[in-house]
Each structure stands twice: as C-alpha cells, then as structure tokens.
Design a protein around this ligand. Structure first.
Ligand code: PGA
Length: 249
C-alpha cells in the first residue's frame, strides 16, 4: 500500500522570517497527518526551515537544483549543498522551470540521477499544455516526459521517485482537472512505469496530482487509487494547507 504524500510548493514566496511564521502556524495543524508532508521552500528558506521542522513530521524539499556537484555555475545550488542542509526532497522539471528557465527533459534526467547520488528524493513534474490536451496528445506527451526523466535510472532508484502530474492549464488558474482527467493521466503514467520497470516497481512509485488543489477538492482527488497525494502551490501558503494534508480526516 502506497503512503500518500502531500507536498507544498511555495514557489517564489515567503522570506525567511515569513517562512518561519508559516511553519510555526502549520506545525500543530499537520502533526497528525496520515500522509507524508513536505514543504518545498525557496532556497534561502531551506536552512531555517530545516531547523524549525526538526523533530516534526514535516520534511523539507527544494524547488530545483543543478546537475553538477560544484563549480562555476553562478546562481545555482547543487545536490550536495541541499543534502548537507538537511533537504530530503527536490522538485525537478516543474513546468514553470521548463517554461521560464528553459529546462529540458535532458536536464531533468541529469538532475534526477544526480539527486540519487546524494540520496535526495526527486519529485518529477510532468504535464501537458491546454493546446496539447485539445490536440488529444496528453497521454503521448506525458509518457514521453516520464520516459525521458527516467532514462538510465535503475529500478532501485526509480521506485523512490515521486511523479507529479501537473496539467499546465490547471496550475495557478483555479481550474482543477476533473478527477476523471487527473486519474486517467496518473493511470497512464503508472502503465508507462510498468512498461519501464515492471509491476512491482510501478505499483510502488507514488504519483501526485498538482494544479489548483485546495481544501475542497483534495479528498476527491486523493481518494482515487492511482493518485497518491498532491503537489500544492497557491493553497500551500496558508494555514488552509492543513485541510489538504488532513484530507482523509
Ligand atoms: P497551484 O500550483 O496549486 O497553485 O495550481 C501547483 C504547482 O505548480 O505545483
């Protein structure tokens, strides 16, 4: 049985002081969650966030990293830096990084492999644009993104990856995919993983849905057998995030 995982993606929000205030507010509200709870915070908030969540059920994640260990890559953060800071998860290939910062499938794949070298768990984001959905190529597109992200990743590592299916048209728009749409694509992703790694691995890998998840729709989405939780943007910035984390209560 896969354990659900609910991750907040704070994006470029919250100064270190604001981050601490939100963490303190949320700590007691999420402490009895049945799901794994992750806060993916801006890089500058990582160190105080790790400190503030020590001894709690909240794990800290990063929102990106580079695929080299160190060197002349101004502005980047490496896997060993994240590891040393106490980070456990890292979002890779978020659509905003693909769209605004030219992140390619090849770069995502290199980052996935680098994350495993340092024992970080990648949350790999995939998802189609509205145009792709309207053209009827959603499943083909997402399968390709999954296959490229997992290229040369062995089964032992693959089972640890979290895949986040995030239709781009549903991110930050208030338009949630219908439960049927979300479930259909999450199911297709699992089939694709089955082809790559076999049944046992495919049924171990957790697949989240992301895109305008909120306290009202979380329970319906997360109750689907192939949806193992959510990656939550806007709604993770408020105390209301607790109602998503506690979707089953
Ligand atoms: P949203 O963002 O919940 O604000 O739609 C989700 C995401 O981008 O991870």
């Amino acid at each position: 049985m896969r354990k659900k995982i609910v991750a907040g993606n704070w994006k470029m929000n919250k100064t270190p002081k604001e981050a601490l205030a939100l963490i303190e507010e949320l700590k007691p509200l999420v402490k009895d969650a049945d799901s794994d709870v992750v806060f993916c915070v801006p890089a500058i908030d990582i160190i105080p966030a790790v400190e503030a969540t020590k001894g709690t059920n909240i794990a800290i994640g990063a929102q990106n990293m580079y695929f080299e260990d160190n060197g002349a890559f101004t502005g980047e953060i490496s896997a060993p830096m994240l590891k040393d800071a106490g980070v456990q998860y890292v979002i890779l290939g978020h659509s905003e990084r693909r769209q605004y910062f030219n992140e390619t499938d090849e770069a995502v794949n290199k980052k996935v492999k680098k994350a495993f070298e340092y024992d970080l768990i990648p949350i790999v984001c995939v998802g189609e644009t509205l145009q792709q959905r309207e053209q009827g190529i959603t499943i083909d597109w997402v399968r390709m993104q999954v296959k490229k992200a997992f290229m040369d990743v062995n089964k032992e590592d693959a089972v640890k990856v979290i895949v986040a299916y995030e239709p781009i048209w549903a991110i930050g728009t208030g338009k949630t995919a219908t439960v049927e749409q979300a479930d259909e694509v999450c199911n297709a992703i699992r089939k694709c993983l089955f082809e790559l790694y076999g049944e046992e691995a495919a049924y171990s890998i957790r697949i989240q849905y992301g895109g305008s998840v909120n306290g009202k729709n979380a329970a319906e989405l997360f109750s689907k057998p192939d949806i193992d939780g959510g990656l939550v943007g806007g709604a993770s910035l408020k105390a209301d995030f607790a109602s998503i984390v506690n979707w089953d209560k």
